[in-house]
Design a binder for this molecule. Structure first.
Ligand code: GLP
Length: 251
Protein backbone atom coordinates (compact mmCIF):
# COMPACT_ATOMS: atom_id res chain seq x y z
CA UNK A 1 0.00 0.00 0.00
CA UNK A 2 1.78 3.14 -1.12
CA UNK A 3 -0.93 5.72 -0.66
CA UNK A 4 0.47 9.22 -0.43
CA UNK A 5 -1.44 10.52 2.52
CA UNK A 6 -1.16 14.26 3.06
CA UNK A 7 0.98 15.41 5.96
CA UNK A 8 -1.94 17.39 7.30
CA UNK A 9 -4.64 17.06 8.35
CA UNK A 10 -4.36 13.85 10.32
CA UNK A 11 -6.63 11.18 8.94
CA UNK A 12 -8.38 8.55 11.02
CA UNK A 13 -10.34 5.85 9.24
CA UNK A 14 -13.07 3.88 11.02
CA UNK A 15 -14.78 0.67 9.93
CA UNK A 16 -18.22 2.21 9.76
CA UNK A 17 -20.43 5.21 10.46
CA UNK A 18 -21.17 4.15 14.02
CA UNK A 19 -17.48 3.96 14.95
CA UNK A 20 -16.82 7.31 13.26
CA UNK A 21 -19.70 8.92 15.15
CA UNK A 22 -18.52 7.55 18.48
CA UNK A 23 -14.99 8.79 17.86
CA UNK A 24 -16.26 12.27 17.02
CA UNK A 25 -18.44 12.31 20.14
CA UNK A 26 -15.45 11.20 22.23
CA UNK A 27 -13.43 14.20 21.05
CA UNK A 28 -16.27 16.68 21.68
CA UNK A 29 -16.96 15.17 25.10
CA UNK A 30 -13.27 15.12 26.02
CA UNK A 31 -12.75 18.77 25.10
CA UNK A 32 -15.90 19.81 26.97
CA UNK A 33 -14.90 17.87 30.09
CA UNK A 34 -11.41 19.39 30.01
CA UNK A 35 -12.83 22.88 29.49
CA UNK A 36 -16.51 23.14 30.51
CA UNK A 37 -16.60 26.66 29.03
CA UNK A 38 -15.44 25.46 25.62
CA UNK A 39 -16.67 27.31 22.54
CA UNK A 40 -17.92 24.89 19.90
CA UNK A 41 -18.75 25.59 16.25
CA UNK A 42 -21.08 22.88 14.98
CA UNK A 43 -22.45 21.49 11.71
CA UNK A 44 -25.79 20.21 10.47
CA UNK A 45 -26.48 17.62 7.77
CA UNK A 46 -26.92 13.87 8.01
CA UNK A 47 -23.28 13.13 8.84
CA UNK A 48 -23.15 14.52 12.40
CA UNK A 49 -26.44 12.91 13.48
CA UNK A 50 -24.69 9.86 14.96
CA UNK A 51 -22.27 12.08 16.87
CA UNK A 52 -25.14 14.11 18.31
CA UNK A 53 -27.00 10.91 19.24
CA UNK A 54 -23.97 9.63 21.10
CA UNK A 55 -23.42 12.97 22.89
CA UNK A 56 -27.07 12.94 24.01
CA UNK A 57 -26.53 9.41 25.37
CA UNK A 58 -23.40 10.53 27.20
CA UNK A 59 -25.34 13.43 28.69
CA UNK A 60 -28.17 11.17 29.85
CA UNK A 61 -26.05 8.21 30.99
CA UNK A 62 -22.68 9.60 32.00
CA UNK A 63 -23.51 13.06 33.27
CA UNK A 64 -21.71 14.84 30.44
CA UNK A 65 -22.75 18.48 30.82
CA UNK A 66 -22.84 21.27 28.25
CA UNK A 67 -24.33 23.82 30.63
CA UNK A 68 -21.34 26.17 30.56
CA UNK A 69 -20.27 25.61 26.95
CA UNK A 70 -20.97 28.13 24.20
CA UNK A 71 -22.32 26.95 20.86
CA UNK A 72 -22.32 28.46 17.42
CA UNK A 73 -23.70 26.89 14.29
CA UNK A 74 -21.92 27.12 11.00
CA UNK A 75 -24.78 28.20 8.80
CA UNK A 76 -28.46 28.80 8.11
CA UNK A 77 -30.58 29.30 5.02
CA UNK A 78 -31.38 32.91 4.26
CA UNK A 79 -35.05 33.77 4.70
CA UNK A 80 -36.04 30.87 6.96
CA UNK A 81 -37.66 31.56 10.31
CA UNK A 82 -36.31 29.74 13.35
CA UNK A 83 -39.38 27.48 13.36
CA UNK A 84 -39.24 26.48 9.69
CA UNK A 85 -39.00 22.66 9.65
CA UNK A 86 -35.98 22.75 7.30
CA UNK A 87 -34.17 25.42 9.32
CA UNK A 88 -30.96 24.57 11.12
CA UNK A 89 -32.51 26.08 14.27
CA UNK A 90 -35.06 23.26 14.27
CA UNK A 91 -32.48 20.63 13.32
CA UNK A 92 -30.20 21.62 16.19
CA UNK A 93 -33.01 21.85 18.73
CA UNK A 94 -34.37 18.45 17.76
CA UNK A 95 -31.06 16.64 17.48
CA UNK A 96 -28.88 18.24 20.11
CA UNK A 97 -29.49 21.51 21.94
CA UNK A 98 -33.00 20.53 23.03
CA UNK A 99 -31.85 17.12 24.29
CA UNK A 100 -28.94 18.20 26.51
CA UNK A 101 -28.45 20.88 29.14
CA UNK A 102 -27.17 23.54 26.73
CA UNK A 103 -27.90 27.03 28.08
CA UNK A 104 -30.14 28.81 25.53
CA UNK A 105 -28.29 32.07 26.28
CA UNK A 106 -25.12 30.46 24.95
CA UNK A 107 -26.62 28.78 21.89
CA UNK A 108 -26.25 30.71 18.63
CA UNK A 109 -27.53 29.91 15.16
CA UNK A 110 -27.51 32.60 12.46
CA UNK A 111 -30.95 34.24 12.13
CA UNK A 112 -31.99 33.38 8.59
CA UNK A 113 -34.84 35.88 8.59
CA UNK A 114 -33.03 38.78 10.27
CA UNK A 115 -34.40 42.09 8.94
CA UNK A 116 -30.86 43.17 8.06
CA UNK A 117 -28.95 40.01 7.06
CA UNK A 118 -25.68 41.88 6.60
CA UNK A 119 -25.89 43.24 10.14
CA UNK A 120 -26.73 39.71 11.34
CA UNK A 121 -23.48 38.40 9.78
CA UNK A 122 -21.50 41.12 11.52
CA UNK A 123 -23.26 40.47 14.83
CA UNK A 124 -22.54 36.75 14.55
CA UNK A 125 -18.87 37.26 13.76
CA UNK A 126 -18.57 39.72 16.64
CA UNK A 127 -20.14 37.27 19.11
CA UNK A 128 -17.58 34.62 18.20
CA UNK A 129 -14.77 37.11 18.69
CA UNK A 130 -16.19 38.32 22.01
CA UNK A 131 -16.09 34.84 23.54
CA UNK A 132 -12.45 34.49 22.52
CA UNK A 133 -12.89 32.50 19.32
CA UNK A 134 -13.70 28.87 18.72
CA UNK A 135 -11.99 26.04 20.61
CA UNK A 136 -13.34 23.17 18.53
CA UNK A 137 -15.02 23.30 15.14
CA UNK A 138 -16.73 20.19 13.79
CA UNK A 139 -17.41 20.14 10.05
CA UNK A 140 -19.15 17.96 7.53
CA UNK A 141 -18.18 18.18 3.87
CA UNK A 142 -20.35 18.75 0.82
CA UNK A 143 -19.98 16.52 -2.22
CA UNK A 144 -18.33 19.50 -3.93
CA UNK A 145 -15.91 20.00 -1.03
CA UNK A 146 -17.87 22.77 0.68
CA UNK A 147 -17.56 23.38 4.41
CA UNK A 148 -20.39 25.14 6.20
CA UNK A 149 -21.96 26.81 3.17
CA UNK A 150 -18.60 27.96 1.83
CA UNK A 151 -18.95 26.74 -1.74
CA UNK A 152 -16.06 26.22 -4.19
CA UNK A 153 -14.34 29.57 -4.78
CA UNK A 154 -15.00 30.87 -1.26
CA UNK A 155 -12.07 33.13 -0.34
CA UNK A 156 -9.88 31.68 2.40
CA UNK A 157 -9.95 35.09 4.13
CA UNK A 158 -13.76 35.31 4.22
CA UNK A 159 -15.79 36.00 7.36
CA UNK A 160 -19.42 35.32 8.21
CA UNK A 161 -21.43 36.48 5.20
CA UNK A 162 -24.29 35.90 2.82
CA UNK A 163 -23.51 33.38 0.11
CA UNK A 164 -25.23 32.01 -2.97
CA UNK A 165 -25.56 28.23 -2.86
CA UNK A 166 -24.19 26.05 -5.64
CA UNK A 167 -26.90 24.50 -7.81
CA UNK A 168 -25.62 21.04 -6.87
CA UNK A 169 -25.95 21.86 -3.16
CA UNK A 170 -29.50 23.10 -3.69
CA UNK A 171 -30.34 19.86 -5.48
CA UNK A 172 -28.78 17.66 -2.78
CA UNK A 173 -30.66 19.57 -0.05
CA UNK A 174 -33.92 19.98 -2.03
CA UNK A 175 -35.61 17.07 -0.27
CA UNK A 176 -35.82 19.09 2.96
CA UNK A 177 -38.08 21.66 1.31
CA UNK A 178 -41.67 21.59 0.15
CA UNK A 179 -41.75 21.89 -3.60
CA UNK A 180 -38.22 20.50 -3.76
CA UNK A 181 -36.48 23.88 -3.97
CA UNK A 182 -33.81 24.81 -1.45
CA UNK A 183 -33.30 28.55 -0.85
CA UNK A 184 -30.82 30.29 -3.14
CA UNK A 185 -28.82 31.92 -0.39
CA UNK A 186 -27.54 31.26 3.10
CA UNK A 187 -25.55 32.80 5.92
CA UNK A 188 -22.32 30.95 6.60
CA UNK A 189 -19.43 31.38 8.98
CA UNK A 190 -16.49 32.25 6.76
CA UNK A 191 -13.36 30.33 5.86
CA UNK A 192 -11.02 32.48 7.90
CA UNK A 193 -13.21 32.18 10.98
CA UNK A 194 -13.32 28.40 10.59
CA UNK A 195 -9.56 28.31 10.13
CA UNK A 196 -8.99 30.32 13.29
CA UNK A 197 -10.64 27.57 15.37
CA UNK A 198 -8.04 26.09 17.66
CA UNK A 199 -8.98 22.57 16.63
CA UNK A 200 -11.00 21.23 13.69
CA UNK A 201 -12.63 17.87 13.05
CA UNK A 202 -14.04 17.08 9.63
CA UNK A 203 -16.44 14.12 9.46
CA UNK A 204 -17.22 12.26 6.26
CA UNK A 205 -19.15 9.07 5.70
CA UNK A 206 -20.10 7.13 2.60
CA UNK A 207 -18.89 6.61 -0.94
CA UNK A 208 -20.58 9.80 -2.18
CA UNK A 209 -18.02 11.79 -0.16
CA UNK A 210 -14.94 9.88 -1.35
CA UNK A 211 -14.07 12.27 -4.20
CA UNK A 212 -14.55 15.39 -2.06
CA UNK A 213 -12.37 13.92 0.69
CA UNK A 214 -9.67 12.95 -1.80
CA UNK A 215 -9.74 16.42 -3.36
CA UNK A 216 -9.48 17.99 0.09
CA UNK A 217 -6.30 16.01 0.63
CA UNK A 218 -4.90 17.23 -2.69
CA UNK A 219 -3.66 20.68 -3.68
CA UNK A 220 -4.69 23.52 -1.36
CA UNK A 221 -7.05 25.62 -3.45
CA UNK A 222 -10.08 27.84 -3.01
CA UNK A 223 -11.73 25.61 -5.62
CA UNK A 224 -11.93 22.91 -2.92
CA UNK A 225 -12.82 24.69 0.32
CA UNK A 226 -11.99 21.74 2.58
CA UNK A 227 -8.43 21.68 1.22
CA UNK A 228 -7.75 24.75 3.37
CA UNK A 229 -7.65 22.42 6.35
CA UNK A 230 -4.34 20.99 5.14
CA UNK A 231 -2.71 24.15 6.40
CA UNK A 232 -4.31 23.94 9.84
CA UNK A 233 -2.04 22.77 12.67
CA UNK A 234 -4.75 20.81 14.50
CA UNK A 235 -7.21 19.48 11.93
CA UNK A 236 -8.27 15.84 11.81
CA UNK A 237 -10.39 14.06 9.21
CA UNK A 238 -12.55 11.32 10.73
CA UNK A 239 -13.66 9.07 7.89
CA UNK A 240 -15.42 5.80 7.48
CA UNK A 241 -13.89 3.32 5.04
CA UNK A 242 -16.07 4.34 2.12
CA UNK A 243 -15.37 8.05 2.51
CA UNK A 244 -11.65 7.25 2.72
CA UNK A 245 -11.67 5.00 -0.35
CA UNK A 246 -10.19 7.54 -2.80
CA UNK A 247 -7.69 9.26 -0.47
CA UNK A 248 -4.36 9.62 -2.24
CA UNK A 249 -5.81 9.28 -5.75
CA UNK A 250 -5.87 13.05 -6.28
CA UNK A 251 -2.84 15.19 -5.53
C1 GLP B 1 -24.93 20.96 4.08
C2 GLP B 1 -24.38 21.85 5.21
C3 GLP B 1 -22.96 21.51 5.53
C4 GLP B 1 -22.83 20.00 5.58
C5 GLP B 1 -22.97 19.46 4.18
C6 GLP B 1 -22.98 17.94 4.11
O1 GLP B 1 -25.44 21.64 3.01
N1 GLP B 1 -24.51 23.26 5.04
O2 GLP B 1 -22.57 22.14 6.73
O3 GLP B 1 -21.59 19.63 6.09
O4 GLP B 1 -24.04 20.04 3.49
O5 GLP B 1 -24.19 17.41 4.52
P1 GLP B 1 -24.41 15.88 4.80
O6 GLP B 1 -23.72 15.56 6.07
O7 GLP B 1 -25.91 15.72 4.92
O8 GLP B 1 -23.87 15.14 3.63
Amino acid sequence: MSRSLPAQPKIQVFPDYEALSRAAARVVAGRTRANPEAVLLLPTGTTPLGMYRRLVEMHAGEGLSFARATFFNLDEYLGLTADHPASYHVYMRENFYGLVDADPRRVHVPEGNAPDPQAECERYERMMAEVGGVDLCVLGIGRNGHIGFNEPGAPFDSRTRIVRLAETTRLVNAGDFEGGRAPERAITVGMRTIFESREILLLASGANKAQAVAAAGGEVSEAVPASMLRRHPAATFLLDREAASAVGEIS
